[in-house]
Design a protein around this ligand. Sequence first.
Ligand SMILES: Cc1cc2nc3c(=O)[nH]c(=O)nc-3n(C[C@H](O)[C@H](O)[C@H](O)COP(=O)(O)OP(=O)(O)OC[C@H]3O[C@@H](n4cnc5c(N)ncnc54)[C@H](O)[C@@H]3O)c2cc1C
Length: 408
Amino acid sequence: MALTRRQFLRRSAVAVAGAGLIRSTLTGVTAEIVRGPAKKVLVLGAGMAGLVAAYELTELGHDVTVLEARTRPGGRVHTLREPFSDGLYAEEGAARIPDEHDLTLKYVKTFELPLEPFYPSRLNAIRFDRGSREEVPIDGFTDAMSQNYGDDLGGRPERWHKIKGGTDLLPRAFAKHLESKIVYGAPVVKIEQNEKAARVVCLKAGSPQTLTADSVLVTIPFSVLRNVELPALSSRKRDAIKRTQYAAVSRVYLQTRNRFWEERGLNGFAFTQGAIEIWQPTWSQPGPRGILMTYARPGEAERITSMKENGRIEATLTQLDGIFSGLRGNFERGATKCWTDDEWARGAWAFVGFSEFATAIMPEGRVHFAGEHLSPWFSWMQGALQSGLRAVKEIDEAQYPVGKAARL
Ligand SMILES: Cc1cc2nc3c(=O)[nH]c(=O)nc-3n(C[C@H](O)[C@H](O)[C@H](O)COP(=O)(O)OP(=O)(O)OC[C@H]3O[C@@H](n4cnc5c(N)ncnc54)[C@H](O)[C@@H]3O)c2cc1C
């Protein structure tokens, strides 16, 4: 990859002066002094936090390698395209972007990804109020969201956007930029450090491999990190990692032969009495087929998760046939996603205890931490991005000796 102007400046300055460079810009972080020479950095996890950090650290001239357990980038940002027909798609994780998520929108713009409204303005949604079924304009749906989850998730329907083509176009754009720097299928099993360097052990085709670096950025969710050997971390940090709770979330997708609900003036969105959201993500995609999907949060998601795949689909078909009558006769195929079952996430998003947040977020020696769980916007891409950028600044400014990594 050709050197960017910033990389060129960074490397020239390091070569000439050995230390120090006025940083002109860093996305999302104000101008700062960059101290010390370029570092060798291992980023653990290619979700939004790891990707943005790897991208910006690379822009600053650091030598970055990303280790990712899965065979794809994006982590909890993943668009489901199989087993659907006709190129239809739906989101397993992140789907909605509100107006005020400046970092998410900034990177959407950086990679020139098209946005479209999340909610349809045509036809009616269904809402259940104290047991009675009502057909309401889409702002009745977002009102129900505000009432149940607070304004963070509600507000005007026009406030909400989605990436046309699927949310995972965003992590894929970062990954394309980083290409040869990401090692897929490389689950990390141990993180160590001493005064000279940090050391990470990952499995490659099942065999352990050891890599050394000046800095390590851990973006692995705590729900998974608790199974990684962490001998170099304090017991307070390990306790915070163990105690952090993750939310159960389930989604069930039902593909239909046609969008029969439209003939009845419905747009396929509904909010049930049990606070389950029903979306029709295909409203802006070409027909005639469509997808109705459920989005269940803690309280309901555990029940779905405890079933087998067929049971989840069958139970959801029965539930949704009661709301969109005729669904069963139109049903073609289903799919499910339960985040507690996901080996590399073990939950949808974190609840870091208030008293543990300071311990959880602090770097320890050469080991730094980022991820949605370590930001003010937990459970959002915005949070993952903000935490990744905060870690870039931390690593950039870190004062530990560097350059000994290869000799550990
Ligand atoms: C159901 C759901 C709905 C959501 N809805 C929205 C939404 O509408 N809008 C929005 O903005 N956000 C939403 N989010 C939140 C958003 O997806 C996350 O906050 C964000 O993607 C988290 O990014 P991350 O980098 O912190 O973590 P992750 O995406 O989890 O990235 C961590 C990476 O580490 C990898 N990893 C794990 N273990 C290891 C290991 N041992 N070794 C190496 N790699 C490892 C994982 O595979 C993963 O790629 C939603 C999330 C979920 C689950």
